[in-house]
Ligand binder design. Structure first.
Ligand code: SF4
Ligand SMILES: [Zn+2]
Length: 164
């Protein structure tokens, strides 16, 4: 994806809480953490330009604290990736003190799901490969692993393709 936000170092799917970029005034540790993550960000310039052109008044953008660093995400008009906090796109958490971007939350969940799926597939292929190598018949592999025989067949072809 070419969107600069996909490369942002502050992405939630990297395990970063968007709130770190909207810290409380006296929370120097959180401010420092966000700023130092910004300084590793490959799209810092794009982020700075976006913050400028969209008139972001609060929070930390491109490693700089804008406006009053005091305003929690309450005051934010956009999420870290620039999605607007419309009522539909807002999820209030922590007793209504913090908002989350629904688009980002669902993106993150999708990416976790994808990873989990890929992990499961790799795990399954490994098991099938091991049993095939032992000369176990495909039907028995299906039985042992609780798989559909056709899936074993497909995996066997995949493995053959990978080996070729
Ligand atoms: S520079 Fe911008 S996009 Fe990059 S980590 Fe900092 S706030 Fe996020
Ligand atoms: Zn978002």
């Amino acid at each position: 994806m070419s969107d600069w936000r996909e490369q942002a170092a502050c992405r939630e799917d990297l395990g970063h809480d968007p709130d770190w970029w909207f810290p409380n005034r006296d929370d120097q540790a959180t401010i420092n953490r966000a700023v130092s993550i910004c300084h590793t960000c490959p799209v810092l310039a794009e982020c700075r330009a976006f913050a400028r052109s969209s008139g972001q008044e609060y929070g930390i953008w491109a490693g700089q604290v804008r406006g009053a660093p005091t305003v929690a995400s309450h005051g934010a008009t956009h999420c870290r990736r620039g999605h607007e906090y419309t009522p539909d796109n807002t999820q209030w958490v922590r007793g209504g003190t913090t908002r989350r971007c629904r688009i980002c939350v669902s993106d993150r969940n999708a990416s976790y799901r994808k990873t989990a799926q890929a992990d499961r597939r790799a795990d399954r292929l490994e098991k099938v490969a091991a049993l095939l190598a032992q000369g176990v018949p495909k039907l028995e592999i299906a039985e042992r692993l609780g798989m559909h025989p056709r899936q074993v067949q497909r995996d066997a072809s995949t493995l053959k393709g990978e080996a070729a």
